[in-house]
Every structure is written in C-alpha cells, then in structure tokens.
Design a protein around this ligand. Structure first.
Ligand code: GAR
Length: 187
C-alpha cells in the first residue's frame, strides 16, 4: 500500500497527534506523517515529534508569514492531507481554498452544537446529557465543514470539565484514526 503523506498541525499537548502517530505505524493505515507544524514554541506535543523522529517546525509569527512558510514546506513535501489536532489558530480563507478537501479537524462536541472555544464548560452549563466529538473537513466557516465522523459520549451529573474532557478525548483518539481511514475510503 502506498501511504499518503500527511502533516499534523498542533498548538498544545498533542495527545491526538500521539494517537495518530500510533495508528500511522500500522502497515495498513493510509497515511504516513511527514511533518508536524506547531504555532506554539512551548507546545508539549512537540515531544512526540522528537520521540518518533518526525520532522517538525514551530513558528511563532503572524498568520501571513506562518502560512507562507508552511505552504512552502507542504508543497516541498508533497503533503496530501493536513490534520488539525488541537490547532488553535484560524487559517486564512486563501490557505483553506488552496488545500480544499485536504484539511480535516477534530472538535470536542457533536457539531453543529458548541462550535468555537470552551466547549466542555458550555456543555456542562447547558446540562447536556449527550456530547462527543466530531471530525470534519475544514471549510471557510468555523467548525462548519462536512462531517466525516462523530462519536458520542454520555455526560454524567458528576462530570466536571476535567472528567468530561478525559472521556471526550478518549473517543477523539478513536474518532481521528477512523476518520482518516474513511477519508481514504478504507471503511
Ligand atoms: C482536543 O480536545 C481537540 O478536540 C480540541 O483541542 C484538544 C487538543 O488536545 N480542539 C479544539 O477545540 C478545536 N476547536 P491535544 O492537543 O491533546 O490533541
């Protein structure tokens, strides 16, 4: 199987990145990670790039320069798929257009509910009994692109932000790998 070339964008702890790296080491997983991009020099997730010897770049600059530098790298490395995994910067419309259909994102709610930030806080405040995560294609609208996969999580009355986040993120790890397989029509 010829694996597609992927780039993962992160900003923080990189636990989704870690999970995608694990999956990508399976022989029949459709992608190889060729590059990791962080917009945060202190992103904890960078340790996974180092640990698994995956090329990475950390760029703390304005959006224009960030995208210019990253675009050059993506073309150089012939990247087929960009996975946003806790990447907290909004990409420009131009960048999204240039990579139309090739950028996917994970969001910690059952979209279209709870787009944007502070998801767990808002889910708890609304006394939801059901939440989850969504992997979707990225378009020009925030958290608005076509859904690839959703996974549900039950909210207990005892949940707080920390416990809910843990439950949702556990499902995220399964959802992201499943979604990547689905993008390349493997299931
Ligand atoms: C994940 O829970 C992801 O859903 C969320 O950030 C977290 C990153 O965790 N993304 C968003 O909220 C995007 N709007 P990680 O860095 O440990 O993978």
């Amino acid at each position: 199987m010829v694996k597609k070339k992927a780039c993962i964008f992160i900003s923080g702890s990189g636990t989704n990145l870690r999970s995608i790296i694990k999956s990508s080491r399976e022989y029949n997983f459709p992608i190889n990670i060729r590059l990791i991009v962080s917009n945060n020099k202190n992103a904890k997730g960078i340790i996974f790039a180092k640990k698994f010897s995956i090329p990475y770049i950390c760029l703390k600059t304005n959006r224009y320069n960030f995208e210019k530098i990253v675009l050059k790298k993506l073309i150089e490395k012939k990247i087929d798929l960009i996975c946003l995994a806790g990447f907290m910067k909004i990409l420009s419309k131009k960048f999204i257009r240039d990579f139309k259909g090739k950028i996917i994102n994970i969001h910690p709610s059952l979209l279209p509910k709870y787009k944007g930030l502070n998801t767990f806080q808002r889910v708890l405040a609304s006394k939801e009994r059901l939440t989850g995560c969504t992997v979707h294609f990225v378009n020009e609208k925030l958290d608005g692109g076509k859904v690839i996969i959703k996974k549900k999580v039950f909210v207990s009355i005892k949940d707080n932000i920390k416990t809910l986040k843990k439950k949702v993120q556990f499902e995220e790890y399964r959802a992201y790998s499943h979604a990547i397989r689905k993008v390349f029509s493997l299931n």
